[in-house]
Design a protein around this ligand. Structure first.
Ligand SMILES: Cc1cc2nc3c(=O)[nH]c(=O)nc-3n(C[C@H](O)[C@H](O)[C@H](O)COP(=O)(O)OP(=O)(O)OC[C@H]3O[C@@H](n4cnc5c(N)ncnc54)[C@H](O)[C@@H]3O)c2cc1C
Length: 407
């Protein structure tokens, strides 16, 4: 009997789990259960190219232009997994019960909702799906003033896209600085300056205390400081939380994320989990990551192991964000107290922050430094000892540091 592998979800973790499971065991029946009606698509373009009309949401299918079928994987669209019957090894879905030999949960993240600006309120947008992006794009077509709540990655990407469309944009951020979770102060200040250069009004250390829909359809937002902003549309980018309810209801171990071991196994040996929904062993205990590359790589390990392999997931995490002509990219594990923080001065708007711990690079954050960061990633992965003076010197190519070790 071929092994029956079910994958719940439709993001990169689910799709790469399915493709990897089929590669690992070509005879297995691999099925993706998605609560969306369409072929799984990439989310990163939704806040960038899609809003700027440079791409349609359906242009970027995760499994490639021919979809999951081209990989020998079955897709059940419009099929929400409602519960897991662990004893019977079956899932209950919106369209019936399905048995499994191995199950991968890749349910991703849910958006943090603001009670004053709930999803569904007219002219209030949250951005996670194709449908959200289409609705926001339609709203922006006649929008003069957009208010964005939250200066994290998605909020600032939407702010940049809207500003490039000629819309007046105000950003309201609760924290004392923008992108506080993703960036050090100096890199954050460079990104702030770019937004200000484009005329975006960024307000930090502030929060919305009152929301009043106006008769003309606009929304008045009052802040704790007594400032008043009237928006044609509002986008909420207040972060995400793991979608772990299905796993929790099935009695799997959950701690703000589905807890998995390094092989992506949950507390039940036949059930694996991957991506944004999980908490997995990092270098200093269990961690969560909310980025695309992690979801893809974690999913692939979960899929292979669901099909019989015993691979361990070890990652050098990375994220990226695109705002105007800035390509912001972080690689590695940021430490609370790195041994050294070194800034390498680069040309124009490019910049690179490098952190070391124990004589090796531990983390790097760059703006428009993709080539350098590709080499830095290999230095981090291979734990190659580095000389701080050479790290600070733009005349010393990172690729040479890799070669020096190899010879
Ligand atoms: C607008 C936007 C822009 C982004 N830009 C970047 C970027 O530039 N760089 C970066 O690194 N990351 C970016 N991200 C984050 C990245 O896309 C996520 O980290 C990644 O998608 C997580 O993948 P995942 O497979 O774990 O979960 P998700 O992509 O969240 O997919 C899970 C999906 O599973 C489906 N599902 C959930 N529950 C069920 C169920 N019970 N039954 C059936 N189906 C279910 C849902 O449709 C859900 O969408 C962005 C995210 C968004 C929303």
């Amino acid at each position: 009997m071929p092994k029956n592998i079910l994958i719940v979800g439709s993001g990169p973790a689910a799709v790469w789990a399915a493709i990897a499971a089929k590669k690992q065991d070509a005879a297995a029946d691999v099925t993706v259960l998605s609560d969306e009606a369409c072929e799984p698509y990439e989310k990163p373009p939704l806040s960038k190219a899609v809003l700027l009309d440079k791409a349609a949401p359906e242009d970027a299918l995760i499994a490639g232009k021919d979809g999951l079928a081209a990989h020998g994987v079955a897709l059940r669209p419009d099929t929400r997994c409602l519960s897991i019957d662990r004893a019977a090894r079956a899932v209950v879905t919106s369209s019936g019960r399905l048995p499994y030999d191995a199950l991968v949960i890749a349910t991703g993240s849910l958006m943090r909702e603001l009670p004053l600006l709930p999803p569904g309120m007219p002219r209030v947008h949250y951005l996670r799906t194709q449908a959200h992006a289409r609705e926001l794009k339609a709203g922006l077509a006649a929008c003069k003033h957009l208010v964005v709540i939250g200066a994290g990655l998605i909020g600032l990407e939407v702010a940049a896209s809207a500003s490039e469309l000629g819309i007046e944009v105000t950003v309201l951020e609760f924290a004392p600085r923008i992108m506080a979770r993703a960036c050090d102060e100096e890199t954050g200040a460079l990104i702030l300056a770019e937004h200000q250069h484009h005329g975006v009004d960024i307000n930090v250390s502030t929060s919305v205390t009152q929301v009043t829909p106006q008769l003309d359809g606009t929304i008045a937002l009052e802040t704790a400081d007594g400032d008043l902003f009237v928006a044609d549309h509002v986008v909420v980018g207040a972060g995400v939380k793991p979608d772990d309810a299905l796993a929790a209801a099935a009695g799997l171990t959950v701690q703000d994320g589905i807890v998995v071991d390094e092989q992506c196994r949950t507390s039940n040996p036949n059930i694996f989990a991957a991506g944004d929904a999980t908490r997995f062993p990092g270098p200093q205990g269990l961690v969560r990551l909310e980025n695309w590359r992690h979801a893809q790589d974690h999913g692939a390990v979960a899929g292979r192991n669901a099909a019989g392999a015993s691979d361990a997931y070890r990652t050098v995490p990375s994220f990226w964000s695109e705002q105007y002509d800035l390509y912001i990219q972080g690689v590695g594990w940021p430490q609370p107290n790195p041994d050294q923080r070194i800034r390498r001065k680069l040309d124009g708007k490019s910049t690179l922050l490098l952190e070391t711990a124990g004589g090796v690079l531990s983390y790097a954050l760059g703006i428009n430094a993709q080539r350098d960061l590709a080499a830095v990633r290999r230095l981090i992965e291979r734990k190659i000892p580095v000389d701080p003076a050479a790290l600070a010197d733009p005349a010393q190519p990172f690729a040479a540091m890799l070669k020096a070790k190899a010879s």
